[in-house]
Design a binder for this molecule. Structure first.
Ligand SMILES: Nc1nc2c(ncn2[C@@H]2O[C@H](COP(=O)(O)OP(=O)(O)OP(=O)(O)O)[C@@H](O)[C@H]2O)c(=O)[nH]1
Length: 694
């Protein structure tokens, strides 16, 4: 790793859809800056950004990788973020500290829609961003396709960006092959060379008109925010290069425009020109700090945790962005002393004494500190913590258990650490089904979590589908008698009760009362009756917890020697057992409200998705502040929610998502109830248990 000799710092998050080539771009950037002397490949999984075993196994990034390098007198920290929507939380957490984002996408106009959620996040937080269209080596299928495809791509980008799209380069192709580019700022043409810098060449005659039109469009976009440039354009005065660069830098820094670059990361096409643009145009760290409400006038050290790692040896590293002031070795932040401070290059660490504003470094052993936390040397002088990325709602669950039952305590300790690393993961012990439920963002997300439990914490896990927390209730009332009489040796046991059992309206829960007259059941035994009723209701005639029932103790009798609270409890249980079976028991299922969001081209498919899952549409409306997106609200049985996200993503090119929360219980339709009860009976007889090992 290079030493810090440059005086300015920039940090750049590399983001974009799944497999668009972010890790490949990082590898080429590091090669071009001389930080690495040999490039790894995606196939061999030996690139700087492939360092995690779970990522290598799946040929995809599953967490942020930080890489420090220098170029053109600037210290850069790049954050290579995962592209899969299942790891979006990592990306959003990283973006909260980024001064600039490079959005890497593929040259496929039809897939540009997959950028939409990312652009929304960048726009909402006003994070300056540029686009790098990667894999341009395979963008053009024929000679004609070259210009057409590039312009089509730009048009597609315009549909997902609320900021103007401003190309800074124009492609040069020979047949179907991309051979170079024209820099629209300087109007200089270049030929690409795989693995090396591009050569300046004369501008191809046949591209002059197209280049001129593209440049004119770029200048017009810039002039929307610069009156001086507008005057020059109106008077047909050629603006000086410095003025164009100044505008590009200012307008990018203010998040007014989205400049567009392109290339082929694996061949290093366009990588050096991208680096040069970053040196020229990437905003100073103070600009993003100001946007977060930090004025830059104070030098109290303030940093924010973008990621928490637990190393395989159990050590904790908090990746922080320095927002203000500087961090020095051994600094105490939020009352905790950093046990070490490091720059990262994938898995490699390099100790540093000082980290300045804008740098991203890892702090060791910041116990009790979580991802998103704001750290400061003077907590009493911090006006407000920095905003955190919102935590994504859980959408898919596995029921999990350690292969070895004695590891249950170890499992909860490991899960606590993993949730510190990744807030989009949650777990709960369901009080009805007694299962441990692990919630996450999708199947791969959950499987990666299970891999980590096995690898890092030596905790092999068995999984099964989560059980639905069904309940039951009754549809009619009865009066039931229960008598408990038991004689064993000394004095006996005697309790005798009459109970009125009545259904309650949905959502009322449970109610116990008594109308005893003349001490038929003495006062001191009544709590025993209630206890017996409550215990019985934990598992009703259908085998599920009973709700929405009222029980009234109306009469009974006692024995002056043999009666006890315990005997009345047993009598109440007996009365419930015989009475409840006569009350038309019925199965209830949890119904959740879901708010499903997707581009409005898919709205009618969303309706279908919900109704085929026994859902009830409550309405739909455009999503506020998100042009072209709809939100459909519905009631959905929780039993139908289990793989909703899988189908929703496959319907909507991966961009659809939903929020949900429990709403109410509802009777299960008769035929379905029979099937549920048959499955439960089968399970309790040892059949139908679909457990799998991980
Ligand atoms: N043709 C071509 N393929 C590329 C280029 N860059 C990357 N690829 C391929 O695209 C695939 C994905 O590349 P990665 O760099 O792993 O993509 P990524 O965006 O980091 O992936 P995630 O982080 O998992 O979303 C790999 O098979 C690469 O070899 C390129 O410039 N041209």
């Amino acid at each position: 790793m290079t030493n810090n000799v440059a005086s300015e710092n920039r940090n750049v998050a590399i983001v974009g859809p799944y497999l668009s080539g972010k890790t490949a771009l990082l590898e080429s950037l590091l090669f071009a800056t001389g930080t690495i002397t040999r490039k790894g490949t995606a196939k061999e999984g030996n690139r700087i950004g492939d360092s995690v075993a779970e990522a290598r196994d799946r040929n995809m990034s599953v967490e942020i990788n930080a890489a420090y390098t220098q170029y053109g007198g600037i210290n850069f920290t790049f954050l290579d973020c995962p592209g899969s929507v299942e790891f979006a939380q990592e990306t959003y957490n990283a973006l909260m500290g980024a001064g600039l984002a490079i959005v890497v996408c593929e040259p496929e106009p039809l897939r540009i829609l997959t950028l939409s959620p990312l652009f929304k996040f960048l726009d909402d937080w006003e994070i300056p961003h540029i686009v790098f269209i990667n894999k341009m080596d395979r963008a053009f299928s024929d000679e004609e396709g070259c210009n057409l495809n590039f312009l089509e791509l730009l048009n597609a980008l315009k549909t997902v960006s609320s900021r103007p799209i401003v190309p800074q380069e124009y492609p040069i192709a020979k047949g179907s092959e991309l051979i170079g580019f024209i820099d629209l700022v300087t109007e200089q043409a270049y030929n690409y060379h795989p693995g090396a810098a591009s050569d300046p060449v004369p501008m191809p005659e046949e591209l002059k008109d197209l280049e001129h039109a593209a440049r004119q469009e770029m200048l017009e976009q810039l002039s929307n925010f610069d009156d001086h440039l507008l005057e020059e354009l109106l008077e047909e005065i050629e603006p000086p290069t410095e003025e164009i660069v100044k505008d590009l830098k200012m307008e990018l820094g203010a998040d007014l425009i989205v400049p567009v670059f392109f290339g082929a990361a694996e061949l290093e096409y366009g990588v050096r020109s991208l680096l040069d643009a970053l040196v020229r145009e990437a905003p100073e760290p103070s600009l993003t700090a100001e946007r977060r409400g930090l004025k830059g006038t104070s030098d109290i050290p303030i940093a924010q945790v973008l990621k928490t790692f637990y190393t395989p040896q159990g050590g904790k590293l908090s990746l922080v962005r320095v927002w203000q002031g500087e961090l020095t070795e051994g600094i105490v932040l939020n009352g905790i002393r950093a046990a070490g401070m490091y720059r990262l290059l994938g898995q490699q660490t390099q100790g540093v004494q000082v980290a300045k504003t804008g740098e991203i470094v890892a702090l060791a052993r910041m116990e009790g500190i979580k991802t998103g936390d704001t750290l400061t040397a003077q907590p009493d002088r911090l006006k407000a913590p920095l905003p955190k990325a919102q935590v994504l709602p859980p959408v898919l669950a596995f029921a999990i258990a350690p292969e070895n039952r004695k590891d249950e305590v170890k499992l909860s300790a490991a899960l606590t650490k993993m949730i510190e690393e990744d807030p989009s993961l949650t777990w709960e012990q369901n009080t009805d089904t007694h299962q441990v439920i692990l919630w996450g963002q999708g199947e791969i997300h959950l499987k990666v979590t299970l891999d980590r439990l096995r690898r890092k914490y030596n905790l092999p896990i068995v999984t099964s589908p989560p059980q639905i927390p069904y309940k039951e209730t009754i549809r009619s009332n009865t009066n039931s008698h229960g008598r408990y009489k038991h004689q064993s040796g000394g004095h006996g046991q005697f309790g005798d009760v009459y109970l009125d059992i009545t259904p309650l309206p949905r959502g009322e829960g449970f109610n116990f009362s008594e109308t005893i007259v003349g001490g038929a059941v003495p006062k001191q035994y009544i709590p025993g009756v209630e206890m017996g009723v409550r215990e019985y209701l934990q598992q009703g005639p259908l085998g599920f917890p009973v709700v929405d029932v009222s029980v009234t103790l109306t009469n009974g009798s006692y024995h002056s020697v043999d009666s006890s609270e315990q005997a009345f409890k047993q009598a109440a249980r007996l009365a419930m057992q015989t009475g409840m079976a006569k009350c038309n028991p019925t199965l209830l299922e949890p119904i959740v409200t879901v708010e499903v969001c997707a581009p409005n081209d898919f709205t009618s498919q969303l309706f279908q998705l919900i109704t085929t899952r026994r859902g009830q549409i409550l309405g739909y409306e455009p999503v506020a502040d998100w042009k072209g997106w709809d939100q459909v609200s519905a009631y959905l049985p929780q039993a139908e929610m289990q793989d909703l996200i899988v189908e929703l993503r496959s319907l909507t090119m991966g961009v659809g998502y939903f929020n949900w929360k429990f709403d109410h219980l509802q009777e299960v339709p008769e035929q379905l109830a029979q099937r549920v009860l048959a499955t439960v009976a089968d399970d309790s007889n040892g059949g139908g248990n679909s457990k799998s090992k991980n």
